[in-house]
Design a protein around this ligand. Sequence first.
Ligand code: FDA
Length: 314
Amino acid sequence: MLREAILAAARNGRIESVVTHAPVSRSVVRRFVGGADTAAAVEATRSLLADGLTVTLDHLGEDTTDRAQADSVAAAYFELLTALDTAGLTGRLGMLNSKTEVSVKLSAVGQALGADGEKIALEHARAICAAARAVNATVTLDMEDHTTTDSTLEILRQLRVDFPETGAVLQAYLRRTETDCRDLAHAGSRVRLCKGAYNEPESVAFTKRIDVDRSYVRCANALLAGDGYPMFATHDPRLVEILEDRAQHYGKTDFEMQMLYGIRPDEQRRLAAAGHQVRIYLPYGAQWYGYLMRRLAERPANLTFFARALATKG
Ligand code: FDA
């Protein structure tokens, strides 16, 4: 119920306007979002790297409904990559991995723009991969709802011809994902495994929490048994424990853990101190409202934090 209410608020323009303009929002936003612009994102990145973490940055935007908007999202990534490089925050960690990378949603760079959408998204993604390569950074393609999975994996396949370092994302809640994990668990293949964040139908996805968790473990086993580079994205303490155990079982040391900015920050640092490579997903940009509301909906307990910030006018 509460989750539905928060998600409804996320779609309500009036609430958006109030929250976005409330001075108190700043401290809440600062917890979950790296800032409203490139300069703030660079500073947040600097601070995470100083703590021994690695970073993947996501430029937050509205739905991309025309070509000009897709172009401007790509331009935002070019600006970001240049700024990270100028600040000395980029660099390779081996052949296929980098300390700072960017996460790109293909829908934001045009994938949904009708018949030419895939072509436009591929062109933009290719240009972002080239800009990232030029500064020793990498790119991972975020995964969106299940109607886009085939298209996204096909664009990934084409990108990897020239940019084999491009990361994939697979969602454990989809019934197809265990097979996709086996297909992508080859040498040189970076694959982020997450539970999945969209409302998907029973026909294509596990909808019970326990089934999603079991699928996550099967998918993780498939990735750990392969020769690729798994990137385990979860805040779930039970899964983190299982992943450490399964990695040991397979004798796999070449993998990383990933979490969202502001979620379980102490655990992020604990894992890094324990010797894991940990990457923080750092969203930034002026369009932070929808992202923030989705994080609050995922865990209504975070509302306490929001309410406290409102009360103290932080
Ligand atoms: P889940 O939400 O089930 O939480 C499990 C447990 O984790 C909780 O019971 C609690 O103990 C702990 N926990 C969770 N949130 C907490 C909080 N705020 N504070 C304290 N404890 C908390 N999705 C997608 O569809 N496509 C994508 O490309 C990506 N990319 C992505 C990148 C990264 C780095 C991450 C971490 C996540 C994604 N996701 C994603 C989102 C993902 O699919 C999923 O929706 C969220 O990570 C939530 O799932 P968890 O695995 O964290 O467990």
